[in-house]
Design a protein. Structure first.
Length: 255
Protein backbone atom coordinates (compact mmCIF):
# COMPACT_ATOMS: atom_id res chain seq x y z
CA UNK A 1 0.00 0.00 0.00
CA UNK A 2 2.96 2.35 0.45
CA UNK A 3 3.77 5.00 3.02
CA UNK A 4 1.60 7.76 1.59
CA UNK A 5 -1.90 9.13 1.36
CA UNK A 6 -4.40 7.06 -0.62
CA UNK A 7 -7.49 7.63 -2.71
CA UNK A 8 -9.84 4.62 -2.70
CA UNK A 9 -12.62 4.58 -5.29
CA UNK A 10 -15.42 2.04 -5.54
CA UNK A 11 -19.12 2.05 -6.51
CA UNK A 12 -19.29 5.83 -6.91
CA UNK A 13 -17.51 6.53 -3.63
CA UNK A 14 -14.14 8.27 -3.31
CA UNK A 15 -12.39 7.96 0.08
CA UNK A 16 -9.48 10.28 0.86
CA UNK A 17 -7.15 8.57 3.35
CA UNK A 18 -4.39 10.51 5.11
CA UNK A 19 -1.43 8.33 6.04
CA UNK A 20 -0.56 8.16 9.77
CA UNK A 21 3.09 7.17 10.04
CA UNK A 22 3.21 6.81 13.84
CA UNK A 23 0.08 4.64 14.01
CA UNK A 24 1.35 2.53 11.10
CA UNK A 25 4.66 1.87 12.81
CA UNK A 26 3.08 1.01 16.15
CA UNK A 27 0.14 -1.14 14.98
CA UNK A 28 2.20 -2.77 12.23
CA UNK A 29 -0.42 -2.20 9.55
CA UNK A 30 -1.12 0.77 7.25
CA UNK A 31 -3.08 3.34 9.30
CA UNK A 32 -5.04 6.30 8.00
CA UNK A 33 -7.37 9.13 8.92
CA UNK A 34 -10.40 9.34 6.63
CA UNK A 35 -10.71 12.96 5.48
CA UNK A 36 -14.46 13.48 5.19
CA UNK A 37 -14.16 16.95 3.65
CA UNK A 38 -11.97 15.62 0.82
CA UNK A 39 -14.07 12.49 0.20
CA UNK A 40 -17.12 11.87 -1.99
CA UNK A 41 -19.94 9.50 -1.06
CA UNK A 42 -22.72 8.08 -3.22
CA UNK A 43 -25.75 8.00 -0.94
CA UNK A 44 -28.04 6.75 -3.69
CA UNK A 45 -26.74 3.21 -3.20
CA UNK A 46 -27.69 3.06 0.48
CA UNK A 47 -25.29 1.72 3.09
CA UNK A 48 -24.74 -1.78 1.71
CA UNK A 49 -21.62 -0.99 -0.35
CA UNK A 50 -18.68 -3.24 0.39
CA UNK A 51 -15.21 -1.66 0.03
CA UNK A 52 -13.81 -5.18 0.32
CA UNK A 53 -10.17 -5.65 -0.50
CA UNK A 54 -9.72 -1.88 -1.06
CA UNK A 55 -9.41 -1.35 2.71
CA UNK A 56 -8.16 -4.76 3.86
CA UNK A 57 -5.27 -5.07 6.32
CA UNK A 58 -5.55 -1.48 7.50
CA UNK A 59 -6.58 0.63 10.49
CA UNK A 60 -8.68 3.68 9.64
CA UNK A 61 -10.02 6.38 11.94
CA UNK A 62 -12.70 8.92 11.13
CA UNK A 63 -14.10 11.77 13.21
CA UNK A 64 -17.52 13.13 12.28
CA UNK A 65 -18.87 16.43 13.53
CA UNK A 66 -21.97 15.57 15.53
CA UNK A 67 -24.49 17.66 13.59
CA UNK A 68 -27.64 17.30 11.51
CA UNK A 69 -25.78 15.62 8.63
CA UNK A 70 -23.91 13.10 10.73
CA UNK A 71 -26.64 10.44 10.90
CA UNK A 72 -26.65 9.83 7.14
CA UNK A 73 -22.86 9.76 7.05
CA UNK A 74 -22.73 7.46 10.10
CA UNK A 75 -25.04 4.95 8.42
CA UNK A 76 -22.93 5.03 5.27
CA UNK A 77 -19.66 4.45 7.12
CA UNK A 78 -21.12 1.62 9.18
CA UNK A 79 -22.02 0.01 5.88
CA UNK A 80 -18.32 0.25 5.00
CA UNK A 81 -17.41 -1.66 8.16
CA UNK A 82 -16.63 1.27 10.48
CA UNK A 83 -17.46 0.77 14.16
CA UNK A 84 -18.54 3.43 16.66
CA UNK A 85 -15.88 4.03 19.32
CA UNK A 86 -17.15 7.04 21.26
CA UNK A 87 -18.03 10.72 21.18
CA UNK A 88 -15.20 13.19 21.66
CA UNK A 89 -15.93 16.59 23.20
CA UNK A 90 -13.80 19.68 22.67
CA UNK A 91 -13.97 21.87 25.80
CA UNK A 92 -12.85 25.50 25.90
CA UNK A 93 -11.34 27.08 28.99
CA UNK A 94 -13.35 30.09 30.17
CA UNK A 95 -10.92 31.24 32.85
CA UNK A 96 -10.91 30.76 36.63
CA UNK A 97 -10.07 27.20 37.57
CA UNK A 98 -10.00 25.40 40.89
CA UNK A 99 -6.41 26.41 41.60
CA UNK A 100 -7.24 30.07 40.97
CA UNK A 101 -10.20 29.87 43.34
CA UNK A 102 -8.23 28.14 46.09
CA UNK A 103 -5.23 30.40 45.77
CA UNK A 104 -1.55 29.60 45.71
CA UNK A 105 -1.44 28.87 49.43
CA UNK A 106 -3.16 25.57 48.60
CA UNK A 107 -0.12 24.36 46.65
CA UNK A 108 1.47 21.60 48.68
CA UNK A 109 4.97 22.24 49.99
CA UNK A 110 7.56 20.39 47.94
CA UNK A 111 5.64 20.80 44.65
CA UNK A 112 7.07 22.95 41.87
CA UNK A 113 6.05 23.51 38.27
CA UNK A 114 8.40 23.73 35.31
CA UNK A 115 8.48 23.61 31.52
CA UNK A 116 10.39 20.63 30.18
CA UNK A 117 13.15 21.77 27.82
CA UNK A 118 14.16 18.32 26.58
CA UNK A 119 11.92 15.26 26.44
CA UNK A 120 13.99 12.68 28.29
CA UNK A 121 14.04 10.76 31.58
CA UNK A 122 10.31 11.16 32.29
CA UNK A 123 8.41 8.28 33.98
CA UNK A 124 6.97 7.30 30.59
CA UNK A 125 5.66 3.89 31.58
CA UNK A 126 3.72 5.17 34.59
CA UNK A 127 2.33 8.17 32.71
CA UNK A 128 1.36 6.17 29.62
CA UNK A 129 -0.65 3.69 31.67
CA UNK A 130 -2.92 6.41 33.12
CA UNK A 131 -5.06 6.79 29.99
CA UNK A 132 -7.79 4.20 30.42
CA UNK A 133 -10.45 5.94 28.30
CA UNK A 134 -8.64 6.74 25.05
CA UNK A 135 -10.01 5.68 21.67
CA UNK A 136 -7.39 2.94 21.58
CA UNK A 137 -8.60 1.53 24.91
CA UNK A 138 -12.14 1.58 23.50
CA UNK A 139 -11.11 -0.35 20.38
CA UNK A 140 -11.98 -4.03 20.81
CA UNK A 141 -9.08 -5.12 18.57
CA UNK A 142 -6.49 -3.44 20.82
CA UNK A 143 -5.70 -4.97 24.19
CA UNK A 144 -5.42 -2.51 27.11
CA UNK A 145 -1.73 -3.32 27.61
CA UNK A 146 -1.12 -2.54 23.93
CA UNK A 147 -3.00 0.76 24.27
CA UNK A 148 -0.92 1.67 27.35
CA UNK A 149 2.23 0.88 25.38
CA UNK A 150 1.02 3.11 22.55
CA UNK A 151 0.73 6.13 24.84
CA UNK A 152 4.05 5.37 26.51
CA UNK A 153 5.85 5.21 23.18
CA UNK A 154 4.00 8.24 21.85
CA UNK A 155 5.00 10.33 24.83
CA UNK A 156 8.64 9.36 24.37
CA UNK A 157 8.50 10.26 20.68
CA UNK A 158 7.42 13.89 21.16
CA UNK A 159 9.98 16.36 19.80
CA UNK A 160 9.56 19.61 21.69
CA UNK A 161 9.57 22.98 19.93
CA UNK A 162 7.74 26.30 20.18
CA UNK A 163 4.47 24.62 19.14
CA UNK A 164 4.86 21.38 21.12
CA UNK A 165 5.48 21.94 24.82
CA UNK A 166 5.43 19.85 28.00
CA UNK A 167 4.76 21.35 31.43
CA UNK A 168 5.49 19.26 34.48
CA UNK A 169 4.88 19.06 38.21
CA UNK A 170 7.75 17.96 40.44
CA UNK A 171 7.37 16.71 43.99
CA UNK A 172 10.51 16.42 46.07
CA UNK A 173 12.56 16.44 42.88
CA UNK A 174 10.57 13.76 41.00
CA UNK A 175 8.28 14.28 37.97
CA UNK A 176 4.78 13.33 39.11
CA UNK A 177 2.57 14.96 36.47
CA UNK A 178 2.72 16.45 32.99
CA UNK A 179 0.67 18.33 30.40
CA UNK A 180 1.50 18.06 26.70
CA UNK A 181 0.31 21.06 24.67
CA UNK A 182 0.12 21.59 20.93
CA UNK A 183 -0.19 25.20 19.80
CA UNK A 184 -1.45 26.64 16.53
CA UNK A 185 -2.41 30.15 15.50
CA UNK A 186 -6.04 29.30 16.35
CA UNK A 187 -5.63 27.68 19.78
CA UNK A 188 -3.59 25.76 22.31
CA UNK A 189 -4.78 22.20 22.94
CA UNK A 190 -4.04 20.30 26.15
CA UNK A 191 -3.66 16.76 24.81
CA UNK A 192 -1.99 14.80 27.57
CA UNK A 193 -2.90 15.70 31.15
CA UNK A 194 -1.64 13.12 33.63
CA UNK A 195 -0.79 13.00 37.34
CA UNK A 196 0.46 9.81 38.97
CA UNK A 197 -2.28 8.21 41.08
CA UNK A 198 -0.45 8.45 44.41
CA UNK A 199 -0.02 12.22 44.07
CA UNK A 200 -3.55 13.24 43.06
CA UNK A 201 -4.47 14.25 46.61
CA UNK A 202 -2.02 17.18 46.45
CA UNK A 203 -4.11 19.34 44.06
CA UNK A 204 -1.32 19.02 41.51
CA UNK A 205 -3.52 18.63 38.41
CA UNK A 206 -5.43 21.89 38.92
CA UNK A 207 -2.29 23.84 39.72
CA UNK A 208 -0.45 22.35 36.75
CA UNK A 209 -3.27 23.47 34.44
CA UNK A 210 -3.16 26.97 35.98
CA UNK A 211 0.61 27.11 35.51
CA UNK A 212 0.36 25.93 31.90
CA UNK A 213 -2.35 28.44 31.01
CA UNK A 214 -0.29 31.24 32.49
CA UNK A 215 2.75 30.24 30.44
CA UNK A 216 0.81 29.69 27.20
CA UNK A 217 -0.70 33.18 27.06
CA UNK A 218 -3.28 31.99 24.52
CA UNK A 219 -6.78 33.40 24.25
CA UNK A 220 -8.23 30.07 23.15
CA UNK A 221 -7.23 27.06 25.24
CA UNK A 222 -9.07 23.79 24.70
CA UNK A 223 -8.87 20.12 25.59
CA UNK A 224 -10.44 16.94 24.25
CA UNK A 225 -12.22 14.29 26.32
CA UNK A 226 -14.58 11.40 25.66
CA UNK A 227 -18.17 11.94 26.74
CA UNK A 228 -18.21 8.72 28.76
CA UNK A 229 -15.15 9.66 30.79
CA UNK A 230 -17.08 11.18 33.70
CA UNK A 231 -14.09 11.49 36.01
CA UNK A 232 -12.10 13.50 33.45
CA UNK A 233 -15.13 15.61 32.52
CA UNK A 234 -15.69 16.62 36.14
CA UNK A 235 -12.00 17.45 36.52
CA UNK A 236 -12.01 19.71 33.45
CA UNK A 237 -15.27 21.38 34.46
CA UNK A 238 -13.76 22.23 37.87
CA UNK A 239 -10.81 23.73 36.09
CA UNK A 240 -12.57 26.18 33.80
CA UNK A 241 -13.23 24.05 30.70
CA UNK A 242 -16.96 24.74 30.65
CA UNK A 243 -17.82 25.43 27.02
CA UNK A 244 -18.36 22.58 24.55
CA UNK A 245 -17.16 24.02 21.24
CA UNK A 246 -17.85 20.87 19.24
CA UNK A 247 -18.46 17.15 19.55
CA UNK A 248 -17.17 14.48 17.19
CA UNK A 249 -18.34 10.92 16.56
CA UNK A 250 -15.26 8.69 16.41
CA UNK A 251 -15.27 5.49 14.34
CA UNK A 252 -12.63 2.88 13.55
CA UNK A 253 -12.30 0.35 10.78
CA UNK A 254 -9.87 -2.44 11.67
CA UNK A 255 -9.21 -5.21 9.18
Amino acid sequence: MGCSNRIVEFDGNRLSLKYLSWDTMFFRRPSYLLDIADSVFDFSTGSSDNPGYHLDNSFITVKLNDDADSKKMLNKLQGFGFRYIGTELVLQNLGQNQATILGKEEINHGVEFIEIEKNENLPYGKLGSLFKYSRFHLEQNIHDDWADEFWTDYLQSIHLNENKRIFAAMYLGEIVGIIFVQQTIANATLFFVAVLEEYRCLNIGSNLIAYSIERLKSENIVTEVYAGNVRALNFYLRNGFRKVTCSRIVLHRWS
